[in-house]
Design a protein around this ligand. Structure first.
Ligand code: ZN
Length: 136
């Protein structure tokens, strides 16, 4: 059984871990542990031949699936395509989705769920270089 361990936290950050991904099984959401306010992040693993046991759709949130290991198939409504380690799949609201592992290795992935259309800035427009003593 997976659990989320809180490793460090401060006024401006939280650091949690689901542990070693090689032994990870099932699904684990981390928003409640990190206190995230902009997105929900989950880790998932599917063993060989397994798919998520249901299709689902989101009303307000898009999802971005990042495949960390393994290979498989992804279905959005009636379209099916191959996915593999390194794949990033963005799925819009109001459509059905599922994924299946077809490789001998389990398929491990991260899903990031955030409100569709909410990204107002990103690295090139939201970030700024700051002056800080490097303590690393
Ligand atoms: Zn979802």
């Amino acid at each position: 059984m997976n659990e989320v361990k809180v490793l460090n936290s401060g006024e401006k950050f939280s650091h949690v871990s689901v542990g070693n991904l090689h032994g990870f099984e099932g699904k684990q959401f981390v928003k409640d542990s990190t206190g995230a306010t902009s997105c929900e992040i989950s880790f998932g693993t599917l063993p060989t031949g397994a798919a998520v046991p249901f299709f689902h759709s989101h009303k307000a949130n898009e999802e971005n699936y990042i495949i960390l290991s393994g290979e498989g198939k992804f279905q959005v409504n009636d379209e099916v395509f191959d996915i593999a380690e390194g794949s990033v799949i963005r799925v819009a609201t109001n459509c059905d989705r599922n994924l299946k592992c077809t490789s001998a290795l389990p398929m491990t992935y991260i899903c990031i769920q955030a409100k569709e259309g909410s990204l107002g800035g990103y690295t090139m427009t939201d970030a700024e270089v700051t002056e800080r003593e490097n303590l690393l």
